[in-house]
Design a protein around this ligand. Structure first.
Ligand code: ADP
Ligand code: MG
Length: 263
């Protein structure tokens, strides 16, 4: 297994629209995101987290700066299906059943068919028994889980998860948190995760970037050195609570609005 390449952002900014109504979503950012690691992004809503993920996925073009994934551009990686995205609003193909959406994730990545592995993923996300349902016949949380299964079926080297567990009930979320990590660890995949939950970020990530109010800057850069797997024992440890406290404190320290930040 070769480790997935580092992602390098050099002076990357994003401004939507033009003045006087321009919205600066991402301030010029210089970051290196380590290949094979899980990086979580937390920050106030509207600060530019989704925009940052979309830039890295090649779905938006930076206003300035450049992004490299190893020696490739985001667009190159996306075109050869080297990355998969599970966004908040699960974009499943409405006319395909759950199992055919998941199989499509594999096919788009040019992986050979593996109904057994797909069934395992469907079971993992708690959709056994719903294989033949179409997205419209599922709840929002179920659609979201189907989208996660589809993203994983492609075996991506880069997995982008934008608040993937938002509409998922607490119990399922708990199970996904526990069982997803071994899947991407086994593949050496790079994972970028946007989440509102400090506990989830600390549980899943190797590094947490706390983003400022818009335009997104890095307000804090926190390494999470807890051992893997982050099982119940780790989650009960003082080190875990301490890590959560460090992230929460960084969030509390953020200025309330960008106007205040400018003062
Ligand atoms: N396509 C777009 N056109 C115009 N403005 C956008 C677009 N996408 C995002 N924005 C604006 O950019 C800012 C950051 O949005 P977003 O990245 O979605 O934030 P977050 O994911 O942190 O909640 C917001 O003010 C949002 O309204
Ligand atoms: Mg968002």
């Amino acid at each position: 297994m070769t480790r997935s390449p580092d992602i390098r952002l050099h002076g990357v900014s994003k401004i939507f629209g033009s003045s006087p109504s321009a919205v600066e979503a991402v301030a010029p950012l210089d970051i290196v995101l380590q290949g094979g690691a899980v990086t979580a992004f937390v920050g106030p809503s509207g600060c530019g987290k989704s925009t940052l993920l979309r830039l890295i996925a090649g779905l938006e073009v930076p206003t300035s700066g450049s992004i490299a994934i190893g020696a490739e551009s985001p667009d190159d990686v996306r075109r050869r299906a080297g990355l998969a995205i599970a966004f908040q609003d699960a974009a499943l193909l409405p006319w395909r059943t759950v199992e055919r959406n998941v199989a499509l994730g594999r096919k788009l990545s040019r992986r050979s068919r593996d109904a057994g592995a797909d069934a395992d993923l469907i079971r993992l996300v708690g959709l056994s028994g719903f294989e033949r349902r179409r997205p419209a016949e599922l709840s929002g949380g179920m659609r979201q889980r189907a989208a996660i299964a589809r993203a994983l079926a492609g075996g991506p080297e880069l997995l982008l998860l934008d608040e993937p567990f938002g509409a998922v009930d607490e119990l399922t979320r708990e199970r996904l948190n526990l069982e997803l990590a071994p899947l991407w660890e086994a593949r050496g995949a790079t994972v970028l995760l946007v989440t509102h939950s400090v506990a989830e970020a600390v549980r899943l990530a190797d590094r947490i970037l706390v983003m400022s109010p818009r335009p997104a800057r890095i307000a804090a850069d926190i390494d999470v050195t807890l051992p893997h797997p982050r099982d119940a024992g780790v989650l009960r440890s003082p080190a875990y609570r301490e890590a959560c406290e460090v992230v929460s404190a960084a969030l509390r320290d953020l200025p309330l609005t960008e106007d205040l930040a400018a003062e």
